[in-house]
Design a protein around this ligand. Structure first.
Ligand SMILES: Cc1cc2nc3c(=O)[nH]c(=O)nc-3n(C[C@H](O)[C@H](O)[C@H](O)COP(=O)(O)OP(=O)(O)OC[C@H]3O[C@@H](n4cnc5c(N)ncnc54)[C@H](O)[C@@H]3O)c2cc1C
Length: 498
C-alpha cells in the first residue's frame, strides 16, 4: 500500500517525497530521547502540496506531523506517519513592512536568518531561544518558545498578528487580531462566555507552554491566532505567519554577577527585577564552560547574566548603581560589557548551557528530562528551588541548573545513571525514584500555581502530566478543541490531548 502512496504522492507533488531509509532514520529523532520511524517524509513547496499530503494521510489511515528544525526536547515532531518538513522550501520572508512593524514569513524560516535580515533594518523579534541558529518560526510558535528576553518581552505568543493555516480536511483557515474564519469562530463560540473562568485557573506565571493557551484568546481582546501558540501542530498546519517586530535597543549593557549559591541568587531575584532588566539568567557552575569559569575564580557558586536596554547613554551610570545596590551584600559584579561584540561573547557561555549539560552523558549516565522546564512566580522561586535541591539531596543526585531566573523558569536535570541494562530490581528502584521525584516536583509546581513547562512544550514526554496543571474543566475544553479541529486525530497524535 505504501509503495502506491509514494507513487501517488510523487505524481502530483511539486516538492519532494521520500521513503529512503536514511532519510526516515534522520527524521526518526529530534532533540529528545524518543525515536519513531516515519512512513514517509515530504518537503512541501506550497499549500497544494500540503493538501495532497493530508489527502493521502486520510486515505491511508496515516498521521501527519509538521517539522521545523527538530530541536524540540520532548519529541514534538516525531510521528510514525507522514512528516512534513518546512525548512527546505517553505522558508521565505514573504513581506517586511517597516511602516507597520510586521514581518510575514513562511513557517520553515530559521529564526537566526530572520534575525539577520531584520538587523539590517534595526529591527528584531525578541523571543530568542538558545537554539535560534537552527530553530524555525513555525516550531517556535507551535511550542510558544521564548529565551532570555522572555523577561522583558514575553514569549512568541505576544508577537503573533496573523496566521494562515490548513485544517485537517484540507480547507484553508485564518486567524488574526479580532477576526478569524467562520469555522474557527464557531469552534471558539462556547469559550466566549467563560473566558474569565478559564483565565482564573491558568498558571500564575509570566510564560507558559503547557496545553492549549485558551487563556490568551480573549485577553485583552479577541486574539484567535494565539490558540496556535503552543499547539504543537495538533490543530492545523500553519502556512504563513505575520509577526510584530520592534526597534533594536539603542544601548545595551550586560552584567555578570557572582553569587556563592543558586539559593542565594534566588533570594535577590525580586530586588534585581526592580531594576527592570530585559534579561535575568542564571548559570550554575557545573554548566559553565572554561571561558566563564575563569571569571568566577571559583569552582562553586553561580553567575547571573543581567542585561539592560536603554535609550540614552547617560542612563548607564544610574543602572549600574541601582544594580550594585540591589545585589549588595551577597552578589559581586565580576564582568560587564557595553558593546555588541563583548556582549555577544559573554552570552555565548549562557547559550552553551544545554550543550554543557549534555556533556554529562557518559556511558549510561545522562541528564534526565521531564521537569526541566517548570516555572513558578518570582514570589515562590526561593522556596521552590530550595524544595527541588532538597529532593536531589535526599536521593543523593548530582544535577545541573540554569535558565531564565527572571521568569521563575529554571532548567534543571538530575544526572541519572540508566540501569535499564542491568538487573531488574535496580531498574525498578530507579524508575520508582524518578517517578517519586517527578511527582514531588510537579506537586510543588501546582502548590505554587506554576507550570510544568514554560517554553519547551509538552511533546510525547510531558503530555501525560498536563493533568497536573489543569483541572478537568480546562482539560475537557482541550479535548473539545482538538476534536473540533481534528476529528480523525491525524494531526500529530499523542501530543497535548491523548
Ligand atoms: C540546544 C537547545 C537549546 C534550546 N533553547 C531553547 C530556549 O532557550 N528557549 C526555548 O523556548 N526553547 C529552546 N529549545 C527548544 C527548541 O529549540 C524550541 O522549542 C524551538 O522553537 C523548536 O523549533 P524547531 O524549528 O526545531 O521545531 P520542531 O522541533 O521541528 O517542531 C516543534 C513543533 O512545531 C510543530 N510545527 C513545526 N512547523 C509547523 C507548521 N508549519 N504547522 C504546524 N505545526 C508546526 C511541530 O509539529 C512540533 O510540534 C532549545 C533546544 C535545544 C536543542
Amino acid at each position: 500500500m505504501f509503495v502506491d502512496l509514494l507513487d501517488e504522492l510523487k505524481f502530483s507533488f511539486k516538492g519532494e517525497v521520500s521513503n529512503e531509509s536514511w532519510i526516515k532514520d534522520y527524521y526518526s529523532v529530534d532533540s529528545s530521547n524518543h525515536r519513531i520511524l516515519p512512513e514517509l517524509v515530504c518537503f512541501p513547496k506550497d499549500e497544494d502540496d500540503i493538501k495532497i499530503s493530508l489527502d493521502s494521510a486520510i486515505k491511508n489511515g496515516l498521521s501527519i506531523s509538521c517539522r521545523g528544525a527538530g530541536t524540540s526536547l520532548l519529541g514534538q515532531s516525531l510521528s510514525n506517519g507522514i512528516v512534513l518538513d518546512f525548512t527546505k522550501y517553505m522558508n521565505k520572508i514573504l513581506d517586511l513592512d517597516l511602516q507597520s512593524n510586521c514581518v510575514n514569513v513562511q513557517p520553515g524560516i530559521v529564526k537566526g536568518l530572520l534575525d539577520k535580515e531584520l538587523r539590517k533594518h534595526n529591527k528584531f523579534l525578541p523571543p530568542n531561544p538558545a537554539s535560534s541558529n537552527y530553530c524555525t518560526i513555525g516550531g517556535m510558535v507551535s511550542n510558544n518558545s521564548s529565551g532570555p528576553y522572555g523577561l522583558g518581552y514575553g514569549s512568541i505568543l505576544g508577537y503573533l498578528q496573523y496566521i494562515d493555516f490548513i485544517y485537517s480536511d484540507g480547507k484553508k483557515g485564518f486567524a488574526q487580531n479580532g477576526l478569524c474564519d467562520d469555522r474557527l469562530n464557531k469552534f471558539l463560540q462556547p469559550l466566549f462566555s467563560i473566558h474569565d473562568e478559564i483565565s482564573s485557573v491558568y498558571p500564575d506565571v509570566s510564560k507558559n507552554s503547557c496545553g492549549y493557551r485558551l487563556d490568551s484568546i480573549f485577553t485583552p481582546t479577541f486574539n484567535p491566532q494565539n490558540l496556535f501558540a503552543a499547539s504543537e501542530g495538533t490543530l492545523a498546519i500553519i502556512t504563513s505567519l505575520k509577526l510584530k517586530i520592534i526597534d533594536l535597543p539603542i544601548f545595551r549593557s550586560l552584567y555578570m554577577v557572582y553569587f556563592s549559591s543558586v539559593q542565594k541568587a534566588c533570594m535577590y531575584t525580586s530586588k534585581i527585577l526592580s531594576t527592570r532588566p530585559a534579561a535575568l539568567e542564571l548559570l550554575d557552575s557545573p554548566v559553565m564552560d572554561s571561558s566563564i569559569k575563569s571569571i568566577t575564580a571559583s569552582n562553586n557558586g553561580c553567575l547571573l547574566f543581567i542585561e539592560y536596554f536603554y535609550q540614552h547613554q547617560g542612563e548607564i551610570n544610574s543602572i549600574s548603581k541601582l544594580l550594585k545596590s540591589a545585589v549588595y551584600s551577597e552578589g559581586k559584579v565580576v564582568e560587564q560589557a557595553h558593546d555588541l561584540d563583548s556582549i555577544n561573547n559573554l552570552w555565548g557561555s549562557r547559550r552553551n548551557a544545554l550543550n554543557m549539560a549534555i556533556k554529562y552523558t557518559v556511558g549510561n549516565r545522562k541528564p534526565f528530562t521531564i521537569f526541566e522546564d517548570t516555572a513558578v512566580s518570582i514570589d515562590h522561586i526561593y522556596e521552590y528551588v530550595t524544595d527541588v535541591l532538597a529532593l536531589y539531596n535526599k536521593y543523593n543526585l548530582s544535577y545541573v541548573i540554569y535558565g531564565h531566573l527572571g521568569n521563575g523558569n529554571l532548567h534543571t536535570r538530575p544526572l541519572i545513571t540508566d540501569s535499564s541494562s542491568s538487573d531488574d530490581l535496580l531498574n525498578l528502584t530507579q524508575t520508582k525514584m524518578l517517578h517519586d521525584i517527578t511527582n514531588s516536583i510537579f506537586k510543588k509546581v501546582k502548590e505554587y500555581r506554576g507550570t510544568i513547562t514554560a517554553e519547551h512544550g509538552d511533546g510525547i514526554s510531558r503530555t501525560p502530566y498536563i493533568k497536573n496543571v489543569y483541572n478537568s474543566f480546562i482539560l475537557s475544553y482541550f479535548k473539545y478543541i482538538k476534536k473540533s479541529f481534528d476529528p480523525s486525530n491525524i494531526l500529530n497524535p499523542g501530543k497535548i490531548v491523548l
